[in-house]
Design a protein around this ligand. Structure first.
Ligand code: ADP
Ligand code: MG
Length: 408
C-alpha cells in the first residue's frame, strides 16, 4: 500500500467550490495509486459559523472559568463538521470515504487540554479501512487521552495530526495543502515579491515556523523529521509543485545536507508581544531576584521569550494577551516594570548565518536605513531576532527581505 497523507487547512474547506478543489486533489492521489488519509481543519476563520474561534466566542463571557476539558470538547467540533461535509462530498462523487475522529484514528495524547502532545498513534483501524479501499478522512487538531478524554492540540494542530499519522502509517509523503503556493521567503501578505522556496531542510523550516511563519506548525516538522518522511507544502488551488521539506538535496542524492547553499532562508515575524523591563539594580540579592521573577512567570503559566538578564535589569517579552497578568504579578512582587505593548519580533533565519561575518551589520543597516528602531536583539547560530514596534513590523520585514535579496 502506498499511503499518502493529505492535510487541508481551514481556508481550503471553507466553501463548496473550495471543497471541490480538495476532492480533486484526493481524486488525483487515488488515480495515482495512493491510499489517501485526508486530514481536515475546521471550516474557515473567526466569524464563520463553524470555525473554532466562533465556538469559543459562543461561551466567552458566560462563565469565565469553563474547565479546559469542556473547552476542548467544544473546540473539537469544528473538525467533525468539516470532516462530515467532506465525506459526504467524496461519497457523492463515487468514493467510499469514512470519517475518523482523533480518537478513532488512535491519536493518543497527554492530558494537557488545549495544547495536548501526541504521545503515540495506534494506526490499526485506519490501516484496516485503507486495506478495504476506503478513503479515510481524519479530523485534525484532536486526540484522546489514555483514559478517554478528548483533547485538542493547540493552534496549527492539524499539521501535527498530519505528521503524526504520516509517521505512524509510514506514509510516502505528507502533503500540507493551504492557500499559498508553498513556503515563501516571507509572508506574502507583507512582502509582495516573496519567493517560493523549492527545497528546504527540516531544520531551516522548523526555525522559520517557530519564529512565526505560520504556514506550517513547527511541531509537525519535528515529527516528520524523526522518520525522514518528506513534507510538501502546496496550494489546494493550483498545480504548483510547492515546497519540499527533506534532509536530502534532490540533485545530489541521499544524505547530502543542503544547509550551506544559502545564508538566509527567510524572514519571519511574530506580532503582538509585550516587552517588560524590570529594574533590578536596587534589589538586595540580584541572583535571587532574577530567579524569583522567572519562577513567578512560570508558576502563572506565562511563557517568556527574548530574555536578557543584565546586572541592572531583566528584560523579557510575553504575549500581549497575558501582559496585564504579568505586570500585575511583577507589581505584587514590588516592581514597577517598564512596559512596551504591541511589539513584534522579526527574525532572519538561515542555517548559513553561523560564522558568516557581517550578517548582523547588514541587518542593523537595513533597519536603520528604513527608520526602524530596534528595541532589543538576540541571536543563535541559525537566527537573528530583533524586537520592534508593531507599526514598524511590515517595514522591517520588507527592508530585510530586500537587503538579503530574497525576492523574485
Ligand atoms: P491553513 O488554514 O491552510 O492552515 P494558515 O493560515 O495556517 O493556513 O497558513 C497559511 C498562511 O500562512 C498564508 O496564507 C500566509 O499568509 C501565511 N504565511 C506566513 N509566513 C509564510 C511564509 N513564509 N510562507 C508562506 N506563507 C506564510
Ligand atoms: Mg495552519
Amino acid at each position: 500500500m502506498r499511503i499518502l497523507v493529505q492535510k487541508f487547512g481551514g481556508t481550503s474547506v471553507a466553501t463548496p467550490e473550495r471543497r471541490a478543489q480538495v476532492v480533486s486533489k484526493v481524486s488525483e492521489a487515488v488515480h495515482s495509486g495512493y491510499s489517501p488519509v485526508v486530514v481536515v481543519s475546521a471550516i474557515g476563520r473567526s466569524g464563520d459559523p463553524y470555525a473554532t474561534d466562533t465556538f469559543l466566542n459562543m461561551v466567552k463571557g458566560i462563565y469565565s472559568d469553563l474547565p479546559k476539558r469542556e473547552l476542548d470538547l467544544l473546540m473539537s467540533c469544528g473538525e467533525v463538521i468539516s470532516g462530515t461535509v467532506l465525506v459526504s462530498t467524496l461519497n457523492s462523487l463515487g468514493f467510499e470515504a469514512v470519517l475518523f475522529t482523533g480518537a478513532h484514528a488512535g491519536i493518543i495524547t497527554n492530558d494537557d487540554f488545549g495544547d495536548a502532545r501526541i504521545v503515540r498513534v495506534e494506526p490499526g483501524a485506519i490501516l484496516e479501512q485503507l486495506a478495504n479501499g476506503k478513503v479515510v478522512v481524519v479530523t485534525g487538531f484532536q486526540g484522546i487521552t489514555e483514559d478517554g478524554q478528548i483533547t485538542t492540540l493547540g493552534r496549527g494542530g492539524s499539521d501535527t495530526t498530519a505528521s503524526a499519522l504520516g509517521v505512524a502509517l509510514e506514509a510516502e509523503t505528507i502533503d500540507i495543502y493551504t492557500d499559498v503556493d508553498g513556503i515563501m521567503t516571507a509572508d506574502p501578505r507583507i512582502v509582495e515579491d516573496a519567493r517560493i522556496i523549492d527545497t528546504v531542510t527540516y531544520n531551516e523550516i522548523c526555525q522559520l515556523a517557530y519564529q512565526g511563519a505560520k504556514v506550517i506548525h513547527p511541531r509537525a516538522v519535528e515529527i516528520a523529521m524523526q522518520r525522514n518522511i518528506p513534507l510538501r507544502i502546496k496550494s489546494t488551488f493550483s498545480d504548483a509543485p510547492g515546497t519540499l521539506v527533506t534532509n536530502m538535496h534532490p540533485d545530489r542524492g541521499v544524505g547530502t545536507d543542503i544547509t550551506n547553499d544559502r545564508i538566509i532562508t527567510g524572514i519571519a515575524h511574530t506580532p503582538s508581544v509585550t516587552q517588560l523591563r524590570v529594574l533590578t539594580e536596587n534589589a538586595p540579592d540580584l541572583h535571587l531576584t532574577d530567579k524569583r521573577i522567572f519562577k513567578a512567570m512560570a508558576l502563572a503559566d506565562i511563557s517568556v521569550d527574548f530574555i536578557s538578564v543584565q546586572p541592572e535589569a531583566a528584560l523579557f517579552t510575553v504575549s500581549d494577551e497575558v501582559s496585564s497578568k504579568a505586570v500585575k504579578i511583577l507589581q505584587n512582587m514590588g516592581f514597577e516594570p517598564g512596559v512596551i505593548r504591541s511589539c513584534a519580533k522579526v527574525s532572519i533565519v538561515g542555517a548559513g548565518i553561523a560564522g558568516v561575518p557581517g550578517v548582523m551589520a547588514d541587518m542593523v543597516e537595513a533597519l536603520s536605513d528604513a527608520g526602524v528602531t530596534i528595541l532589543q536583539s538576540a541571536d543563535s547560530h541559525t537566527t537573528i531576532w530583533v524586537l520592534v514596534h508593531k507599526e514598524d513590523m511590515a517595514t522591517a520585514v520588507q527592508a530585510l527581505h530586500r537587503k538579503f535579496q530574497l525576492g523574485v
